[in-house]
Unconditional design. Structure first.
Lengths: 448, 448
């Protein structure tokens, strides 16, 4: 009998594990159960599908079930896993009304995350959407195309909220972004950097309401018409909830598989759970922060794909560890690029690290180029040692991906001085002779 | 008496040293002698001045002599240093026809480099230019504006050659780029990557002639009319020589200050020469390659400014070392971005390092964005260890500065696997879930 690997969940993490393992060891018998109709899709693209940057769904599907089957991976969509029997190493699967047991030698939990939907009165009305699956995207766009909403409210100022606001505004829908906290992107950026994002939203004519809290919805004939908040009633023919996600770990919990931070499945650096022959990857699993060394829950496609790759290699004979993450993330609001990596000062404080910060505004390239933009770089470094801990960037085209240089530097445990010394690329159309991240580092070094 | 620092050469390296030292220790008496009329200018911007990206010279001058004087630095333009008397710690300076001796406690050689001009017959004709000083730029642009050349030949396929070809073509001048070797950018890129640059030049309607050698010039009434090469006679109302530079180290050599590689002034990691109280920075000085640890001569503004900064800090009491360079560089040809860092396979072979390489073509962002471009990443890693040694990138907008991530990784002595593990920023408008540099790394890791 070939070794049988069963994967629960057919998105990026699970299918990365499947394809990596199969490529390394074609003798493996790999089967993936996905409750939805598609596997391996780009959830991050849904806002751009809604905004018609991409016209059809096809480009959002990285690989079809058929393509996986041609690789020798048995993909079964429309299959819902209901139980994990870890004693007998089998799972109970339901499809088309019937249930059966499927045995496994190794089990990979890749059940992902589900959007947070508070129990607000009226939250299930017509016109209120979350942004998670391709089906969500299809329904939102269809709603726009058939109901022609003139006003929209996006609840939640995280990256999904920002991206949805931009893409609704692109339809000419008058959009309001509500955020409960005093700034947008509260878990991503410091307040000073977030205020630059506010400006970018305002430039797109998106209304931003901070410190605002949803109380309920005004519904007419089953359809949403307004959002009632602490501040006022916001007209809304369309409401998007972008309130973050939580791990879909109920199946694991019911099977007695230990959970960790924020109820994500606890894994060791090999991506194994605390139960023999059970692994977990992607949005259902916890990960580790590279700087603090502590468990962290980050539901991002990059993390999911990296974990899937490592698990797949380990399932086919390697003993690799997943080193961890920095929470690197990027998005845009119109022409404004927003990126971050590592610790914010608040994160650092929570980890008992004393820090110094600097915030420097400079330009993306030499100032005489017609397409030059402002770029603001904020750096966070440990007091005394000067070790670089994190960074935030907000600026025009060419700004955001500069975060990668800092992500590499933080990973390598470089100091602010090391960042100054880095031999980064310079030519007038790309940068000043000191790259903006180095200009910031030069300011910070004098404070340490 | 205050400690007196004398700087020879008022460009980036020298003036960085001056301003860094003065800022740290205002008690220092700092004087800078510059033979030309301006200090601290952006030589790298000259092609863009010629091409009218920038209309006036002012934006090319980072800081005027007057601004330095306000910082307390005594800048003397039009002053040529003729001798260094290292025994008596003084230099002989000539200005306005008179000579005098100036004493120093510390001397900083920042005399830069001069363009290579082969002794070709006719090379001093009207219409043949080098690209080094602002005055060169002014003369080239004036020549274009008054003589309306219809054809041009750029001799040399390095980055200055490429940038001049782009900017001459922008005037509608039919431009030919001549390169003696079998590829453009021979010291920058491998032949396979250089062929992509050829395509970019061709797309701009620049004619490229490889394996071609200048024999002389056809001159009519003192003005250039054509370039005679081994292949053919190329019509040329204008000729640009972009054949690289050599260090202006004659003054140092005559004073018995030891030279190193390519006749650049030998310096230790503190930027001191082998003669007491004499330092050297910028294009006149040698530097060290971070990967091979060997001396190397690289005349780039980034290196010059970094060396100037370190020397300035050391002149004001620090004992910092300049760690070295990777030869990171970037340029563009129309929309095509070209970047490199670290060792090419040929460099590695010369350093007795066995390498594996990979070249991967992918896309700058998710394929459905209308402004997506092709990006080709070539990685070089050491066989066995997998240590990342270098990279080359050619691609559309958003490609080039990705080299910085690899430069940071090479500096940190990361392996190809470490590059795969890096938490780089992903969102659909910026990258696929695996950044192109990681896609290349994933291909390479299987070869090691």
């Amino acid at each position: 009998m070939p070794h049988r690997i069963v994967i629960i969940g057919g998105d990026g993490a699970g299918m990365s594990a499947a394809s990596q393992a199969k490529r390394r060891d074609p003798s493996l018998d790999i089967v993936a159960f996905e409750q939805g109709p598609v596997v391996s899709y780009s959830a991050c693209s849904i806002p751009y599908y809604v905004g018609r940057v991409v016209d059809t769904m096809e480009p959002l599907i990285a690989r079809t079930p058929e393509a996986f089957r041609q690789m020798g991976i048995d993909v079964r969509t429309g299959h819902e896993v209901q139980l994990i029997d870890r004693v007998n190493q089998r799972i109970q699967v339901q499809a088309a009304g019937t249930r059966r047991w499927e045995p496994y030698d190794d089990l990979v939990l890749a059940t992902g995350a589900s959007p947070i939907i508070p129990p607000w009165p009226g939250v299930d009305a017509d016109g209120v959407f979350v942004v998670k699956t391709l089906e969500d995207g299809r329904r939102i766009r269809q709603y726009i195309e058939t109901r022609h909403p003139r006003t929209a409210v996006v609840v939640g100022g995280g990256y999904i909220g920002l991206e949805m606001a931009e893409n609704l505004q692109a339809w000419g829908i008058q959009t309001t972004l509500l955020e409960q906290q005093a700034q947008v992107m509260p878990t991503f950026l410091d307040a000073d950097m977030a205020s630059l994002v506010n400006q970018a939203l305002t430039a797109l004519a998106v209304t931003v309401s901070l410190n605002d809290e949803v109380l309920g919805f005004q519904i007419t004939q089953g359809r949403v018409r307004a959002v009632q908040t602490r501040h006022q009633e916001w007209p809304a023919d369309l409401v998007i909830l972008g309130l973050g996600v939580r791990p879909q770990s109920a199946l694991a919990r019911e099977a007695g598989i230990p959970l960790g931070i924020k109820d994500a499945v606890r894994v060791n650096p090999y991506l194994k759970t605390q139960v023999p022959h059970v692994w977990a990857v992607g949005d259902v699993a916890e990960t580790r922060h590279l700087v603090t060394g502590k468990p962290i829950y980050i539901a991002l496609a990059t993390v999911a794909n990296k974990q899937g790759r490592i698990a797949g290699l380990n399932l086919s004979g390697s003993t690799l560890t997943f080193s961890g993450v920095l929470g690197t993330a990027i998005t845009r609001v119109g022409p404004t690029e927003i990126a971050r990596t590592g610790l914010t000062p608040a994160d650092a404080e929570a980890a008992d690290l004393a820090v110094r910060t600097t915030r420097v505004e400079t330009e993306t390239k030499l100032g005489y180029f017609p397409d030059v933009s402002t770029i603001t770089v904020k750096l966070v470094a440990e007091t005394g040692t000067g070790r670089l801990l994190g960074a935030q960037i907000v600026g025009g085209p060419g700004s955001g991906k500069r975060i990668d240089t800092i992500a590499a530097a933080v990973t390598a445990r470089m100091t602010v001085t090391d960042l100054i010394d880095l031999d980064l690329a310079y030519a007038p159309p790309f940068s000043d002779v000191w790259d903006p991240v180095q200009v910031a580092a030069r300011t910070l070094v004098s404070k340490i």
